[in-house]
Design a binder for this molecule. Structure first.
Ligand code: CA
Length: 239
């Protein structure tokens, strides 16, 4: 299965040019010319890579990027203007994997796309048959739940669960430490970083989100609350 790319670019001639080149390379391609449409498209459908212009009608590319990273993290290459250094910095801070300055040679863009797809194989070629051929590197399992860190993907019995970055990280930390009760402080350090300034009850909020997306949907009791201590996922048993 070929990788699917979303081009978000309001200069229609440029968008069309990139689209034709990418189709020629064998990618699946869709084009959006408006930031708001792009955000909707990219949160509703899984893309392997998004090429995102910054100056866009509807919603600015950086804002599209920030919201996308919360809703459905996807590798993004920014298409930036020559002198927009701050845009590049802000874009990389917001989670873009790379940027390319306009005007660019199409060969350079194609090379960067190949690199990004290789380094960030979010959805490439995924199918049920891939599940079993995965190497176990970076894969955590808990009964029917699989957390695939390289692909940044969580599935329950093959159904994908869409998690934000912090929810994903929280689940990963708990799964790496099954049967160990983790305090809110420990989770906060691991999920939000040591420099996080705020209340530990933010952890309770993430736990609630995880339960609403996994336990409530699939009928589990995965994450246990240990009163006065913290949270734990017990090792899976079939009984
Ligand atoms: Ca533009």
């Amino acid at each position: 299965m070929s990788a699917s790319l979303l081009i978000v670019e309001d200069e229609e001639k440029l968008a069309r040019f990139i689209e034709l080149e990418l189709l020629h390379e064998g990618y699946q391609v869709k084009v959006c010319t408006d930031g708001r449409d792009a955000l909707l498209e990219a949160t509703e459908h899984p893309y392997d890579l998004i090429l995102l212009d910054i100056m866009l009608p509807g919603l600015n590319g950086l804002e599209v990027l920030r919201r996308l990273m919360r809703e459905r993290p996807t590798p993004v290459i920014l298409l930036t203007a020559r002198d927009a250094v701050m845009d590049k910095v802000a874009g990389l801070d917001a989670g873009a994997v790379d940027y390319i300055t306009k005007p660019f040679a199409i060969e350079e863009l194609l090379a960067r796309i190949r690199v990004a797809l290789k380094l960030h194989p979010a959805n490439v070629g995924r199918s049920a048959s891939d599940e079993n051929s995965d190497s176990e590197e970076g894969i955590l399992r808990w009964g029917p739940l699989t957390l695939d860190e390289p692909k940044r993907r969580v599935t329950v019995s093959g159904h994908e669960v869409s998690l934000t970055n912090r929810e994903f990280l929280m689940l990963k930390v708990l799964l790496e430490n099954t049967d160990i009760v983790l305090s809110r402080e420990t989770l906060l350090d691991k999920v939000c970083g040591y420099d996080y300034v705020g209340e530990t009850n933010v952890i309770d909020v993430y736990i609630r989100y995880l339960r609403s997306k996994i336990d409530d949907v699939f009928g589990f009791r995965m994450i246990r609350t240990v009163r006065g201590v913290g949270y734990v996922i017990q090792a899976w048993t079939d009984s």
